[in-house]
Design a protein around this ligand. Sequence first.
Ligand SMILES: [Zn+2]
Length: 301
Amino acid sequence: MIKRIYLLILVCILTCCNTKKDHEVEVQEFEIGIVADCQYCNCETENNRFYQKSPERLRKAVKELNKHALDYAIHLGDFIDRDFQSFDTVAPIWNSLKSDRYHVLGNHDFSVEDSLKPMIFEKMNIEDRYYSILINKWRFIVLDGNDLSLHGALTDCKKWQTDSLFRLLSDKNRPNLEIWNGGLSTEQLKWVENELQLATENKERVGFYCHFPSLGEEQTHNLWNYEQLLSLIDQYPCVKFYFNGHNHDGSYVQKNGVHYLNFKGMLDTKDSSSFATVTFRKDSLFVNGYGREPSRSLKIR
Ligand SMILES: [Zn+2]
């Protein structure tokens, strides 16, 4: 008799659990690693940029990240500062990450001889200059802010488009119209829109990665045509965050519940590094900062 009651209780518990599962959307918690502006070159220190300290800082960051079960790690651009051979110093360190790893293209990654520019993609294991990563009902859109730029437009067509965008924006007095910034082509913006539509249809959440900010505490580092991207982001509730590097001081701004977080540059300062892990939860993102990067909890809208 007692056995039967236990059995009945057990069946009831199991049934209750199953019923709950049917009604709740399962959100799997996962973690990623983020590094911004490793920016290595075998050069003398300049403007608080300790280029020669980057390999050791990257090595220590990778050692820490390898203690975590990461779904992937991403470097937010400016992996090197200049010279093609700089890749050979830092790429093996980055490639010792146990997790999947991705690169965002930064302006300094193109600071190599023109003839060597087509080869940087292979050095950085980049198949497409902009692409997306699909994991756990999230769509991570990786932008190429050098698409239209004086350093990264590699075809005649892109060079012509760069020229016309730059001239179009020159009429207005813009703080971000610097030659070390860049912009998105119409082709890339159309691709982004298509990605956002796909994410909406598939009920995915979206996060952006770009080397350049689109919104920050200051304007000088922004993508040339950041307004075009922001007007797209504003139309899609699936977008939850935009993470970037480029401004080594870091920055954080929230607009309509979307988090625009600029991670601090790893190579800056004499004695401190900067990198982070981000844990994706059902309602929030937890940025666990190391070194100069602050830790913060970001509510998902
Ligand atoms: Zn940069």
